[in-house]
Design a protein around this ligand. Structure first.
Ligand code: GLN
Length: 540
């Protein structure tokens, strides 16, 4: 029997407030179901009108996560990939903008000829189709669909209506998990269930009934509170799941397991739960995380440092690579705008490693270049990602090749030394959305390099998100001055990795290695960078 006809769907909605962690709860449930042998994927529906988050500022949206197929997506997809073994794609992130774009394209083609095109049924049908795309691939036993926003928001109404219809059509093949908040009022010394009751009432007004309630709380719910929630919200007693604040996001699957979220979900979906949960790799990771034998201080130099969601995958990659090295990685987020040649040493001398972050535009760029210079000349382990790698090339050209005005044409289009420049085909691009070099590309790693010591292989694939490139006109000059190009794209010859050989660990990459770091497979360059920071800290 093909899986599509038997694929089960779990819809995750949220109430009371935003930021309750639907993404982490979805990823944790996905992990537990995968650990029982089911193949699982998770999809996010976002109610905003942008076609994708690629054109949004990180202050608006946090990090933009990039998939292998080059989709610019919500950062929750990063959590899904870090928790599960399956990767995601464009189909895993659907926005209102994408839905409307597709419906309007169909209208222009004449697909609805003669009809008035309306939210119901045309928009809701389009949403329903997008929800079922992953199930129809025959790859998954279970598709978890997280609906962004909070129930009752005007913009998420068509999504909720589409889910209502699908639940009716799919009958026992679909369930709804609703995530709410049970706040603690310290003045009264009590947990309050009313917001949860009201949120479920709102959901029921929209025609959806929760099968399971996951209640975020800072205090244990206790059996009386759980009973009360069950009774007033019309759910089974064991379907009221407590979700206490966790030590880290990686502890949430274990909390959900002890509350038997997976067992209840399987029962409600009519699936077997005899198989044991096998979480060896996960538990091994948690025990490494808990028992470090060393500690390093890392500076991440960037311009969105007030908002850690802007560099989410980098922060998580440090957690994975720290655990791999049995090392506690203490990350400080340093505002590049505040670094200049007079204070770089003072600001950065306490660190065992410096990562210069990805980014766009000129704000803080000179501070990033100063940070590179400090790391290079003081022989502090250095890791440059995307714009961070471009800054490393600019710094080398300016200070070693003595090309004083060397720059990227993104910031100085008139520089006489464009060491970072647009490729020809990018010069013709006028639209901003979805037109960068996006997604996974091959890279061939030179054997005599730090990168090879990390990957232990020549052929790798990493994900990209940038417009500008290393300018090959400067390759020979930079190489003969000591900056090696140790990773090249085999088709286009584009430089993907640069290193300074006469340095303990100086690696810049044009791609974004952080997107592929997971609990089960920490990203090799991050692991190598932390290892070199440990060595540095021992020597200093
Ligand atoms: N702004 C640079 C470019 O577009 C770098 C992008 C990035 O760091 N992701 O090439």
């Amino acid at each position: 029997m093909s899986k599509s006809s038997s694929t089960k769907y779990i819809f995750v909605t949220g109430g009371v407030t935003s930021s309750l962690g639907k993404g982490i709860v979805s990823a944790s449930l996905g992990k537990l179901l995968e650990a029982r042998g089911y193949s699982v994927t998770i999809q996010k529906l976002d109610p905003y009108i942008n076609v994708d988050p690629g054109t949004m500022n990180p202050y608006e949206h946090g990090e933009c996560f990039v998939t292998d197929d080059g989709a610019e997506t919500d950062l929750d997809l990063g959590h899904y990939e870090r928790f599960l073994s399956s990767t995601t794609s464009q189909a895993n992130n659907v926005t209102t903008g994408r839905i409307y774009q597709s419906v309007i394209d169909k209208e222009r083609r004449g697909d609805y000829l003669g009809k008035t095109v309306q939210v119901i049924p045309h928009i809701t049908n389009e949403i329903k189709e997008h929800i079922q795309i992953l199930g129809e691939t025959d790859q998954y036993d279970i598709v978890i669909t997280e609906i962004g926003g909070t129930v009752g928001d005007i913009e998420s109404l068509p999504f909720i209506e589409a889910v209502r219809q699908l639940r009716w059509e799919m009958d026992s093949n679909a369930i709804n998990i609703h995530l709410t908040l049970v706040p603690y009022l310290s003045a009264a010394g009590e947990l309050k269930t009313k917001p949860t009751q009201n949120s479920v009432k709102k959901l029921r007004e929209l025609g959806l009934h929760p099968d399971i309630l996951v209640c975020r709380t800072e205090h244990h719910l206790g059996s009386e509170i759980k009973r009360k929630i069950a009774q007033f919200c019309n759910v089974e007693r064991d379907a009221v799941i407590e979700s206490l604040d966790a030590e880290s996001i990686y502890h949430v699957p274990l909390l959900m397991q002890s509350e038997m979220l997976d067992k209840v979900a399987l029962r409600k979906l009519g699936l077997k739960d005899e198989t044991n949960v096998s979480l060896h790799i996960w538990n091994d990771f948690l025990s490494r995380l808990k028992n470090p034998t060393s500690e390093v201080k890392i500076a991440v130099v960037g311009k969105y440092v007030e908002l850690q969601d802007a560099y989410k995958s980098i922060a998580e990659a440090f957690i994975h690579s720290g655990a791999a090295n049995l090392c506690k990685v203490k990350v400080s987020w340093i505002q590049s705008e505040e670094i200049d040649s007079s204070n770089a040493k003072e600001k950065l001398k306490q660190f065992d490693g410096i990562l210069v972050a990805p980014g766009f535009g000129d704000r803080g760029i000179e501070g990033k270049i100063e940070a590179v210079k400090y790391a290079r000349t003081e022989k502090v382990p250095f890791f440059g990602i995307c714009l961070g790698m471009q800054c490393a090339v600019i710094e080398y050209a300016r200070n070693v090749l003595n090309l004083a005005d060397a720059h990227t044409t993104e910031i100085n289009p008139n520089t006489s030394n464009p060491v970072i420049d647009l490729m020809d085909h990018q010069k013709k691009v006028t639209d901003k959305g979805g037109t960068m070099r996006l997604g996974a590309y091959s890279c061939q790693v030179e054997e005599d390099s730090k990168a090879f010591e990390c990957y232990h292989k020549v052929n790798i694939k990493e994900r990209h998100r940038h417009r500008y490139e290393f300018n090959n006109d400067y390759k020979e000059k930079l190489e003969s001055a000591g900056m090696k190009t140790t990773g090249l794209n085999p088709e286009s010859n584009l430089v993907e990795i640069i290193e300074v050989a006469e340095h303990p660990w100086f690696v810049g990459v044009q791609f974004h290695p952080e997107y592929k770091s997971t609990v089960a497979s920490p990203q090799p360059l991050f692991v190598g960078f932390i290892d070199s920071a440990i060595n540095y800290s021992k020597q200093h």
